[in-house]
Ligand binder design. Sequence first.
Ligand code: MN
Length: 500
Amino acid sequence: MKIYGEKKIWFVTGSQHLYGPGVLAQVAENSQAIAAGLTASEHVSANIESRGVVTTPKEILDVCQAANSDENCVGLILWMHTFSPAKMWIAGLSALNKPYMHLHTQFGAALPWGDINMNYMNLNQSAHGDREFGYIGTRLRQERKVVVGHWQKESVQIQVDDWVRAAMGWAESQTLKLARFGDNMRQVAVTEGDKVSAQIQFGYEVHAFGLGDLAKACEKITAEQIAAQLELYKQDYEIDAEVFTDAHSLEMLQNEARLELGMEAFLEEGGFKAFTNCFENLTGLSGLPGLATQRLMSKGYGYGGEGDWKTAAMCRIVKVMSLGKAAGTSFMEDYTYNFGDPDQVLGAHMLEVCPSISNEKPKVVVERHTIGIKKDIARLIFTGTPGPAINISTIDMGTRFRIIANEVDTVKPPQDLPNLPVAKALWEPRPSLEVAAAAWIHAGGAHHSVYTQGINLDQLNDFAEMAGVEMVVIGADTNVNEFKKELRFNAVYYHLSHGI
Ligand code: MN
């Protein structure tokens, strides 16, 4: 079973009747072999299901409408084995509301030089058939991924999988429900936004709840459930024995177990896969959830602090895109700088960093929380795993959304930080903090982000194209002046492309 289970991609091959039934039978056989070959590939993380050969406008429209209404179909791979006159595709592609990838490939890799004749040429026409097909996608102004190369080549299969993972993220975005406990942190701008626009653009729903609803769910958690949860904490984390012998520390740990189980029950009952809360809205709870939120993130829930629903939704989407990868994804905040050579960012949050970003065993500690309700809270402490990572921010520009991504290199801190009571990651932004932070600020990037080592920029770009949202990348080649020009060009493009 593939990691995405029942969720699959349909493989549809275009042709026409000009060549006779013998050729079409061969086309059908070959397209089945490609779909099966992609499914068998260790690089491809979903089933690629062959949906046959389409040769008429009616067949094309039918398969596109069937894809629209099949909830397990998250996208289509389209390929023209032969020539397939592209006016036939207008109705189908216009009706299609799922993402598609155009795989520009050929069944056989090497030409049979000694044997090649016109039969071979007529059977293997994707070199020009796919160009005819490509024209109509461009003419219809459709965003789609184009992957070029032989389907058995590793680099082609990896590109297919990048798009498959983006399509899985997009499918998640379409059905995601997010629970928002309380409201945004007062006076904060970037965590605000238009939730109606977000639902139109990304599909996800944001549902607000009073804290009393959540408090009731937490009150229902029994002493037995809490005791069982503490046993799990003992297995999963390093915990000093005195946490269990000191009555106050034990109570703080029990508080987190109650919050975790209460929130999880609430989220499960409502079908929510992401949530936000805010330290200014905690009535009825023992305090701001620490370990509880960290555990829920590590179980796959998206999270954003201070009511940041855009980051919470993106956190969940990226977790789905990176399913099965060893590398993690967390809510994150650019917290403090180390100006040096090179300049570095110490990323953390008040409490809520996901342990999936670390490959060390997290330690549970009970420490004073000093923002909002001041009290002791149990939380996990660890350090982010060194290596490349991406910080992703989604912002509301008022009339549209923008996704900002910065490539960073996470490094091991030069010294221990024995007095820092929160989880953290230390990174060096590409190309440098000087350029990256200037570009990020010009683009309007938030202080919050989704920090991930589980997806790459190609996947994120595919997702942004599926969403029809601007994405700008800050990386090794970024130059601030050129970047500002890109922002201005994009402003014109998206203003025009979204219409009046
Ligand atoms: Mn914050």
